[in-house]
Design a protein around this ligand. Structure first.
Ligand code: FAD
Length: 468
């Protein structure tokens, strides 16, 4: 369908026809019914079917594989989890190191599957650069972040400080104060990954029914417009769309993140910028920026989420001029020679934010429910771990995957932390975001008095405290 091409740069660039797979028209009996053909649903099906080929699995998808965040994201495949410092805090140093190694291994695990299934998605594992480049406080914050990582047991092989001249060997940004580098991140083309995974899963014998929204679900049953799926296990894998399937929305808020892509840039522009190995990069503010150089030499750059009152999903992702200009301003601060560059694509998507700002992988054996999510904008890698873990839980395995602090085995969904009702959610979320915006504006202005800078950062620190 032509409309699916406008979802993102990545979907626009696919060289396959985006024809819809058949919808579900007849009742089905399966062992596992997965709702949603994004990474979580597809990885779960993939690992289940490879280990237990006899299982009958079906996926129902409201639109098409990759319609959600999986076909729209910034393409950072990260070997970590949002909030992992808090998740790992109660473990012994040895356990913590084992968990960290499991997380760091995610990009390599994805790469192994890409090779096994012969999938090309422009995978490059060249690490990530968190740059201090816009104001001096970024250096202080990033150095504090690095100290914190070392206190948690990570070492210089995992994360290390690059002085400005070392950073320049990889990425040349205006006013660099330095950067934290980690090798545990790859970049890729997200839509190629999700579409390729969908094909791999079908080849294993799992049907994907597209244009088939689940209308509701309960133990052993998923209802769609024309047919029902009876099943032993339900796996709702809808992440940023959780509000469409109560009661999932109590535990996961839909937050929107927005991106822009430039036209392909000439080699002369990239000689000024760097990123010759396809490294991921961000600038160290609380604007949550993320960028990469695409395989066809565009700059893709995203920033910051927003939340709509009542958890309303954003469906129209034609970005307004101000939304595009904010992103242009942020990358223009790093690369002044790109301030006037032509932006050819802009888009966004819904992602899921859990109340404690950290992911969960939950299995309720009594109700036959397995769910992973709350990745909070860091789900490309986390969803691979989520799929592997849900498969292990459904198969009743007890192993390294199921023994992690983000796993809630044999627990009801209601055991996850809930978001408070409106208007508290909206007020709380926006108060936090506004404190971050205020901090960024104050610190980015070299004329701001020192007391104003301290006050702005103190307020943002305080507000960030509510996220935990
Ligand atoms: C703009 C943006 C940029 C991001 N950048 C990054 C990044 O660079 N790195 C990173 O790690 N993470 C990033 N993320 C997050 C990451 O993309 C997601 O965490 C991940 O894709 C979630 O995958 P998923 O399969 O759980 O959900 P989704 O990909 O959202 O899939 C859910 C699927 O469920 C379907 N669905 C919804 N409701 C129903 C229903 N009722 N019935 C049937 N199907 C339904 C949807 O159509 C969708 O296809 C980003 C997210 C966004 C939005």
């Amino acid at each position: 369908m032509q409309a699916w091409r406008t979802i993102s740069l990545w979907m626009d660039q696919l060289d396959e026809p985006l024809d819809a797979r058949p919808a579900l028209e007849q009742d089905l009996d399966v062992d596992v019914c997965i709702i949603g053909a994004g990474y979580t649903g597809l990885w779960t099906a993939y690992y289940l079917k490879r280990q237990a080929p006899h299982l009958r699995i079906a996926i129902v998808e409201a639109q098409t594989a990759g319609f959600g965040a999986s076909g729209r994201n910034g393409g950072w495949l990260m070997g970590n989890l949002l909030g992992e410092d808090r998740l790992l805090a109660t473990l012994s140093p040895q356990q913590r190191r084992a968990s960290v190694d499991l997380l760091h291994g995610i990009p390599d695990e994805v790469h192994a599957v890409l090779q096994r299934e012969n999938l090309d998605c422009d995978y490059r594992k060249s690490g990530v650069l968190y740059c201090a480049a816009r104001y001096p406080e970024q250096e202080r914050n990033l150095r504090a972040y690095l100290d914190d990582l070392y206190r948690q047991g990570m070492n210089a092989d995992d994360y290390r400080w690059l002085k400005p001249e070392q950073l320049a060997g990889q990425l040349r940004v205006a006013n660099a104060y330095g950067a934290v580098f980690s090798p545990h991140v790859a970049t890729l083309n997200p839509a190629k990954l999700v579409r390729g995974l969908a094909r791999a899963v079908e080849n294993l014998g799992v049907p994907i029914f597209e244009n088939t929204p689940a209308l509701d679900w309960q133990t052993g049953n998923v209802r769609t417009a024309n047919a029902s799926v009876r099943c032993q296990w339900v796996v709702p894998a809808v992440e940023g769309y959780a509000t469409s399937l109560p009661p999932l929305g109590r535990h996961q808020l839909p937050v929107q993140s927005l991106l822009v892509a430039t036209e392909p840039l000439p080699e002369s522009a990239w000689e000024q910028i760097g990123l010759s190995q396809g490294q991921a990069f961000s600038e160290g503010s609380r604007q949550v920026t993320y960028g990469q150089r695409t395989a066809d030499n565009r700059l893709v750059f995203g920033a910051r989420g927003s939340y709509r009152f009542g958890g309303r999903l954003r469906e129209d992702f034609s970005l307004s001029d101000s939304e595009i200009e904010l992103r242009r301003y942020l990358f223009g601060e790093l690369f002044p020679h790109l301030k006037q560059v032509r932006i050819t694509h802009s888009w966004g998507g819904n992602l899921g934010m859990a109340r404690r700002f950290r992911p969960h992988m939950l299995c309720d054996r009594q109700r036959g429910l397995a769910v992973a999510g709350g990745y909070g904008g860091e789900g490309v890698g986390a969803s691979n771990l989520g799929g592997r873990t849900l498969a292990a839980l459904i198969l009743g395995q007890h192993n390294e995957l199921t023994a992690q602090p983000w796993v809630h085995d044999n627990r009801p969904l209601s055991s996850l932390a809930s978001w408070p009702p409106e208007p508290c959610r909206w007020l709380g979320y926006n108060a936090i975001i506004q404190s971050f915006v205020h901090e960024d504006r104050t610190l980015a202005n070299p004329g701001s008095a020192p007391w104003r800078r301290r006050l702005a950062s103190g307020l943002a620190d305080f507000m960030e405290g509510f996220m935990h």
